[in-house]
Ligand binder design. Structure first.
Ligand SMILES: *[C@@H]1O[C@H](CO)[C@@H](O)[C@H](O)[C@H]1NC(C)=O
Ligand SMILES: *[C@@H]1O[C@H](CO)[C@@H](O)[C@H](O)[C@H]1NC(C)=O
Ligand SMILES: *[C@@H]1O[C@H](CO)[C@@H](O)[C@H](O)[C@H]1NC(C)=O
Ligand SMILES: *[C@@H]1O[C@H](CO)[C@@H](O)[C@H](O)[C@H]1NC(C)=O
Ligand SMILES: *[C@@H]1O[C@H](CO)[C@@H](O)[C@H](O)[C@H]1NC(C)=O
Ligand SMILES: *[C@@H]1O[C@H](CO)[C@@H](O)[C@H](O)[C@H]1NC(C)=O
Ligand SMILES: *[C@@H]1O[C@H](CO)[C@@H](O)[C@H](O)[C@H]1NC(C)=O
Length: 391
């Protein structure tokens, strides 16, 4: 079955690639900020999630607002999944996944149950929605330092690869649905902001977050043969070691108190699947990409001004290897950052880089910009009208 899957994926890849007549790489964009025009689809709404209220209640107001969009998204996932393995996946989702919710760590188990209750979506499907991103997300994240030692951290979140291509609209089906679920969350405790994130309503882990004045954190998927997603399947079928990646990022944002503390936790905790953690701190030299396997850390690649390394950038390939030739977002992104120079780096110019195709592509759901010193998190829903690369 595994081989069959691989062949399916490769064939899709090749057909799509020839269909789109190869990568569309454009000149580095400039003056894209403030966001406007055809690549800007909209602002993201802010909600407060109060960590002092019980986990099952925390997301109520968010989910009341976003229930219709979540239902649409879940239906789209089901339509797609129904087409594989004669609907057996759906059977698994509705029969097996509700059982695993109690095996998830607190408070995530309670929060997920709360989301299911408020929206009326079957528990197994909310669980599936929360697992999904660990599997189908490709991204670009960057941490940079300017000449004054200010640290900026930004990312494009690209989601939905191979998940249904809408031929008429030239869009990815799930990507478009997901854009409607993008929300900004202010997590508060004792009536003050503890951390902020950009997320998808109904998803309780974190892919993009900031702890104001302390650190910033994003996660990118790492495709890897040393373990891959076997850990997730093992969890579902009873062997439960390691931590869900996006639960760890949330835990770190909630409970780590400094860049160094966050780095240690991200590097040392056993995981269910490989990942890249991109971490920014609040002073000079504090920015790194942590390359993880399930059990250990292969590499921590840090900003080093003495070596002329004033930024670190991660897509979905180990930084010491070449990116996959059909998916090179790294070279164009680095080219544009190099062209910007450290003297002119800012949230505005980083937005320009993240607006340049193929760094911006048809999978891009949102762009986030973070400035640790002010605690600022700005996110924008994106679009990439044709001609534009599918990923
Ligand atoms: C700095 O970036 C801005 C915004 O993209 C651009 O207009 C300006 O020309 C750049 N300045 C230099 C010195 O490159
Ligand atoms: C997005 O927010 C900015 C700043 O608050 C505002 O100027 C702009 O009109 C908003 N755009 C849309 C499309 O809502
Ligand atoms: C495709 O585009 C049309 C017209 O722009 C729009 O009405 C329709 O909702 C889109 N379909 C999807 C699935 O996004
Ligand atoms: C938060 O503020 C509200 C009103 O401002 C107050 O009623 C409540 O007691 C405060 N909660 C905490 C935990 O300080
Ligand atoms: C953070 O620590 C507190 C206190 O130990 C704990 O109650 C909470 O669940 C932790 N948060 C996460 C997300 O694990
Ligand atoms: C940076 O973070 C550390 C650890 O949280 C904190 O003690 C320090 O005050 C912060 N520095 C700045 C400039 O905010
Ligand atoms: C960008 O600059 C860095 C540091 O000078 C260099 O190592 C890298 O090759 C450059 N990348 C591109 C794509 O220009």
């Amino acid at each position: 079955m595994k081989l069959l899957n691989l062949r399916y994926v490769l064939m899709t890849f090749i057909i799509l690639t020839s269909y789109f007549a190869h990568g569309y790489v454009e000149e580095c964009r400039s003056r894209m900020y403030p966001p406007k025009g055809p690549t800007f689809k909209g602002n993201v709404t802010w909600y407060t999630v109060n960590l002092d209220s019980p986990p099952s209640e925390r997301w109520r107001h968010v989910m009341m607002d976003k229930k219709p969009e979540l239902l649409t998204m879940i239906q789209a996932i089901k339509d797609l999944a129904g087409g594989f393995f004669h609907g057996q996946i759906l059977h698994l989702v509705d029969k097996e996944l509700p059982l695993i919710v109690d095996t998830l760590p607190y408070p995530f188990n309670e929060e997920i149950k709360g989301v299911a209750v408020v929206t009326g979506v079957p528990l197994g499907e909310v669980v599936l929605f929360n697992i999904f991103y660990e599997v189908f997300t490709v991204c670009t994240s960057v941490v940079t330092e300017d000449l004054n030692g200010n640290i900026y951290h930004a990312r494009n979140l690209d989601f939905g690869l191979f998940l249904g291509w809408d031929q008429k609209n030239q869009t990815w089906t799930l990507t478009e649905k997901l854009k409607l679920l993008v929300v900004n969350i202010d997590f508060s405790q004792n009536n003050r902001t503890l951390f902020r994130s950009t997320s998808f309503a109904g998803y309780v882990g974190i892919l993009t977050g900031i702890r104001p004045r302390e650190f910033t954190l994003t996660m990118n998927e790492r495709f890897s043969i040393d373990g891959g997603y076997i850990g997730i399947l093992e969890w579902i079928f009873g062997k439960r070691e390691g931590m869900w990646m996006s639960f760890l990022t949330r835990k770190v944002l909630e409970n780590a108190t400094s860049y160094e503390d966050a780095k240690k936790q991200l590097a040392m905790t056993e995981l269910l699947a490989p990942a890249y953690f991109i971490l920014g701190g609040n002073q000079t030299g504090q920015g790194c990409v942590i390359t993880r396997t399930r059990v250990n850390t292969l590499d921590i690649w840090e900003i080093d001004l003495k070596l002329g390394r004033w930024y670190v950038l991660e897509t979905n390939y180990d930084h010491w290897d070449e990116p996959f030739f059909l998916d090179d977002r790294r070279t164009p992104a680095m080219k544009c950052i190099n062209k910007t120079t450290q003297a002119n780096i800012s949230l505005q110019t980083i937005y320009d880089v993240l607006s340049t195709k193929p760094v911006l592509n048809k999978l891009t759901t949102y762009t986030s910009l973070m400035e640790v010193s002010t605690g600022k998190l700005e996110s924008y829903v994106r679009a990439c009208p044709s001609p534009c690369t599918p990923w």
